[in-house]
Design a binder for this molecule. Structure first.
Ligand code: AGP
Length: 646
């Protein structure tokens, strides 16, 4: 959702004689995955000694074509933007950068300025000329006003303007006269690389890893100011601050497609190795990996969970009556899976709350609560706002995220579990989702270790679904990447199934228990990238309503596991068949059911790991259906990778 980038450095010494515009355009390419509908660049033109700005609606290719017509540019300072329209249509004019009245200052902004209307009126009354209906344009006029009306320096003007803005904002302001850039963060992410006498700013690390793996994350209410090769850092009160460097272990090559048609496809196929990365250094075998049965103290005697960054102590677990998970989208579905796993393994009740709803509910938070925030990006405004509420009530906060240094990590006093999925570029989450589940399982196992004796899960379900054995879980975790790989070999047969269904306009996904959230995830994947309407439901709920939709035009995908509730799900399959619906079954065994249209057979595993394996065929099915429909798979319409505003 919007992406900003900036560069200032040594023109003549730049690698390959690039200009700042080349650097910024390349950076925008890396940010494209965030989702956008227009783009623009402002640069200080050394030949004409002024800021020039080029803006185009549509894809980045349009902007590049425009620069192609302009020809080589001599510039060592530039800022760029991809815009995901909120205030004002995605037109050339409304694209960023926005300039002040004199053309001396340009800004690019990510976020929403909530008090823009009031500020705009005030500035218009003072004679400022606005060109666009956007909220962002107000920032540049406000800075200009502090300089012109109050004689402030550029940096002071940026600071005072930031104090006056409300909402969420990360912006870069380029000053032509000073040849400086100021970067401000309040909400959306902003990260930088300061190397030699060059500075690079961006909304996330993906455009920066080619320059350095050592980055600096700005925190809320911080300003970075770069002029003449010197970086100055202050807070919103003007006090000088110092920052620590974060080392990123992402490899620049992980952000290219390497022969795959789409990033999403590449990311689906990366899952065996990413799952391995998620657990390999965190689970060690002791006594040859032989654990005991659930209900006995030796449940995890065969292995040990090493989550060193987690600061949870036994006393935190003992005093917590419950765990609260907050997340959005696919990460919310991970939360539902982790709820099931944690309640099964640890006997602690878990509530899962949408980040987007939580802040408007009257949820009673206690300081004994443990909150777990789950977010691929770590920058989802809704999820982070829920965690802010938890933090204000002194509850403990843990997070599961993919992005080092992201906003969520700064709020997690009880530690962070990194998914180690590597950069996820496709807007639809794939490897981030399955590695989140793996991390959630490890966390549940760690909580169980801390808790000590846990009696066998005999909650509402009476612990009847699957027998749980610590040793089996350990063995199955270790063997999971291989099984994930076996599912990827089904790619061609799943493509054949996709050919039968890509013209359908509706789909139902049904599952029970731990596979119900996977039905939700499968439906979300399909609708996100193929634009086919799809719903996920608990299989047992079908006859309470959705069955009315079933006819020969309604494919229904069932997630079926060979356990004690399989006969119930098979009855649901019969109900669909009786109404002419087409049935696709994903199963971990060969079920004896007549008349199903398609069967995708996957390897069996322990119940707590099964959601990971059941997800992969659903990702492939959605991918192939979307590819057959010819949609923009990596950047589906209207979607943004990182939703940094409410
Ligand atoms: C998943 O495919 C989506 N694109 C979306 O639902 C996503 O999971 C959601 O926006 C949350 O993002 P986060 O994990 O970065 O917080």
């Amino acid at each position: 959702m919007c992406g900003i980038i900036g560069y200032s450095g040594r023109l003549s010494e730049n690698l390959n004689g690039e200009s700042s515009v080349d650097i910024v355009l390349n950076g925008l390419k890396s940010l494209e995955y965030r989702g956008y509908d227009s783009s623009g660049v402002a640069y200080y033109d050394e030949s004409e000694k002024k800021i020039k700005s080029v803006k185009k609606s549509g894809k980045l290719a349009n902007l590049k074509t425009e620069f192609g017509c302009i020809g080589p540019v001599k510039s060592n300072i530039a800022i760029g933007h991809i815009r995901w329209a909120t205030h004002g249509k995605p037109t050339d004019d409304n694209a960023h950068p926005h300039l002040d009245c004199s053309g001396n200052i340009a800004i690019v902004h990510n976020g929403i300025i909530e008090n823009y209307a009031v500020l705009k009126n005030k500035l218009i009354n003072k004679g400022h000329r606005f060109i666009t209906p956007t909220d962002s344009e107000v920032i540049v006029h406000l800075i200009e006003d502090y300089i012109n009306s109050e004689g402030k320096t550029f940096l002071e003007a940026v600071r005072l303007a930031s104090l006056e803005l409300s909402g969420a904002f990360a912006f870069l302001a380029l000053n032509a006269e000073e040849k400086s850039i100021a970067a401000v963060k309040y909400g959306p992410p902003l990260v930088m690389v300061n190397k030699d006498k060059d500075i690079y700013f961006a909304s996330d690390v993906s455009p920066l890893i080619q320059y350095s793996d050592e980055v600096i994350y700005l925190k809320n209410s911080e300003i970075a100011y770069f002029k003449g090769g010197i970086l100055k850092l202050t807070d919103f009160q003007g006090k000088t601050i110092s920052k620590t460097i974060t080392k990123i272990d992402w490899d620049a090559s992980t952000a290219v497609k390497t022969g795959f048609s789409h990033f999403m496809q590449k990311e689906i196929f990366e899952q065996p190795s990413r799952l391995l990365d998620a657990f390999s250094s965190r689970i060690v075998s002791v006594n040859g990996g032989c654990g005991g049965e659930a209900g006995k103290d030796d449940f995890s005697s065969g292995f040990k969970i090493m989550l060193e960054d987690i600061k949870l102590a036994k006393k935190d677990i003992d005093k917590a009556d419950r765990i609260i998970i907050t997340a959005c989208g696919s990460s919310y579905y991970t939360g539902l899976v982790i709820k099931y796993i944690t309640e099964t393994l640890c006997g602690i009740p878990v509530l899962v709350e949408y980040g987007s709803e939580f802040r408007y509910e009257n949820f009673p938070v206690s300081e004994n609560d443990i909150f777990i925030g789950i977010s691929q990006s770590g920058e989802t405004a809704d999820t982070n706002s829920a965690l802010e509420i938890a933090r204000d009530k002194n509850a403990g906060i843990l997070s599961i995220t993919n992005v080092p240094g992201s906003q969520i990590t700064t709020m997690s006093d009880k530690g962070v579990i990194y998914t180690h999925a590597g950069p996820e570029i496709g807007v639809a989450s794939t490897k981030a989702f399955t590695t989140q589940i793996m991390c959630g399982l490890l966390l549940a196992l760690r909580i169980r270790e801390l808790k000590g004796t846990v009696t066998a899960a005999k909650g509402a379900g009476g612990g009847k679904i699957n027998k749980i054995s610590g040793g089996k879980i350990f063995d199955e975790i270790v063997g999971l990447p291989k099984k994930a790989e076996q599912i990827l070999f089904l790619n061609d047969s799943i493509k054949e199934i996709a050919k039968k269904y890509y013209k359908n306009t509706n789909f139902l996904y049904l599952g029970r228990g731990i596979l119900y959230p996977i039905a939700l995830e499968g439906a979300l994947k399909l609708k996100e990238i193929s634009y086919i309407h799809a719903e996920g439901y608990p299989a047992g709920e079908m006859k309470h309503g959705p069955i009315a939709l079933v006819d020969e035009n309604m494919p229904v995908l069932f997630l079926l596991s060979n356990n004690m509730i399989a006969p119930k799900t098979i009855s649901n399959i019969e109900e669909i068949k009786a109404r002419g619906g087409k049935v696709i079954v994903v199963a971990d065994y060969e079920p004896e059911i007549d008349g199903i249209s398609d069967l995708i057979k996957i390897p069996a595993t322990s119940e707590v790991l099964s959601p990971i394996l059941y997800t992969i065929p659903l990702q492939l099915l959605a991918y192939h259906i979307a590819a057959l429909k010819g949609t923009d798979i990596d950047q589906p319409r209207n979607l943004a990778k990182s939703v940094t505003v409410e």
